[in-house]
Ligand binder design. Structure first.
Ligand SMILES: [Zn+2]
Length: 69
């Protein structure tokens, strides 16, 4: 199994789950170093950056499956 690097800080990240997209299992990874803002119910939280990797190695947002900026 190859190493996966965070798209933001380029440190090695840990797999934290899998996501089934159209019958294809994508690995889901979480970076313990990068925090991203998350608005919920009018409050702002900082959550660990989580992303899925597609077959081409592109980091996707697990919520809407669009590439991370
Ligand atoms: Zn990171």
């Amino acid at each position: 199994m190859c190493e996966v690097l965070c798209p933001k800080c380029h440190e090695t990240v840990e797999a934290c789950g899998e996501l089934n997209v159209d019958g294809q299992m994508l690995g889901v990874y979480q970076c313990g170093r990068c925090l991203v803002p998350w608005d919920f119910d009018g409050e702002r939280f900082e959550v660990a950056l989580t992303f899925a990797l597609d077959a081409d190695g592109v980091a996707l947002d697990p919520a809407d499956l669009r590439p991370l900026a």
